[in-house]
Design a protein around this ligand. Sequence first.
Ligand code: SAM
Ligand code: DTB
Ligand code: SF4
Length: 343
Amino acid sequence: MLREQTRPDFSVGKGSLDGRIRDEGTATERFSLDDAKIIYNFPFNDLLFQAQSVHRENFDPNAVQISRLLSIKTGGCAEDCGYCSQSARSPTGLKASRLMMVEKVLAEASKAKAEGASRYCMGAAWRSPKDRDMDTLVAMVEGVKALGLETCMTLGMLSPDQAATLAGAGLDYYNHNIDTSEEFYPQVITTRTFADRLETLANVRDAGMKVCAGGILGMGETTDDRISMLVTLANLPEPPESVPINMLIPIPGSRLANAEPVDPIEFVRTIALARILMPRTHVRLSAGRTQMSDEMQALCFFAGANSIFSGDTLLTAENPGEDHDAALFRRLGLKPMDMGLSQ
Ligand code: SAM
Ligand code: DTB
Ligand code: SF4
């Protein structure tokens, strides 16, 4: 059993782990589920050492990319995602609002830039954008880009035409999460399928945008579900440039309001596995940081997380806020990533 070994055997499966990391981009299936399970179950110190080593080969270990979120259209969503505050099907008490005006979005983006964000991510509670909204979305992308920020949107499913329109406007990233394993997915969402999600990711990639895709831990899924989710992401034709790992924020009134919280050590293991499977990806310690201790966040950064959302609100839920994060960065000697040097 690998768990009982004093040294991990990094030569798992066919060929060495190191070899496979270097071959990234050429192999069709870079990691098997079995390989990933072996890595996940390494003794904790060995797992973190390996993850930190991979991290250092690919990134400045003390630099963290900072993104800022804005909900440009809140609540009243037709989808039934069991974790979400914004589904019209869950009695969460959230007030729905219409699509924000472009000027208001640009004013918020300017503030975020002044506070150190390098990427601005605009989210809408939609199944997919309506064609009548596309001109407004294009104006938002162009305006935010003109402020010198990287742009990201998360608007639900995209058709190839919609993806091409947003890419044409200069949208850098599109976020669309697979959320969990293919096997567990139907227990979380029934109104769109896992295959629908992969199709949107393919449309985003084909349009030439960078892909941001991750998921949520703490919805009642097994460890194998978490590993399977990461293997799916790592084995996409090209791995995502950005992988947000969210810890479920339990929303009163949502179907998953009482889900069992994820064990912090298991959470850190999942971050480490993401780093090892996707060496050049920005792994984002995403929703749920308010519920994490500073020590847990420090372990996540050591395990290879190198991106966060800043500000005191995510889309609708709370986030630690500037002061807390500035103090944490000071204590850990972390600095905001200079995007000019990191890509
Ligand atoms: N409506 C769009 C969609 O679903 O594609 C975009 C917004 S949606 C809120 C973006 C992602 O946020 C979800 O896929 C999910 O992974 C994450 N998320 C939503 N609610 C969450 C919660 N309560 N806790 C943790 N993550 C959450
Ligand atoms: C992602 O993976 N997490 C962000 C972003 N992508 C859009 C959203 C987190 C939402 C947390 C719950 C809320 O604010 O309502
Ligand atoms: Fe709607 Fe997105 Fe929330 Fe699902 S996650 S209910 S699609 S806003």
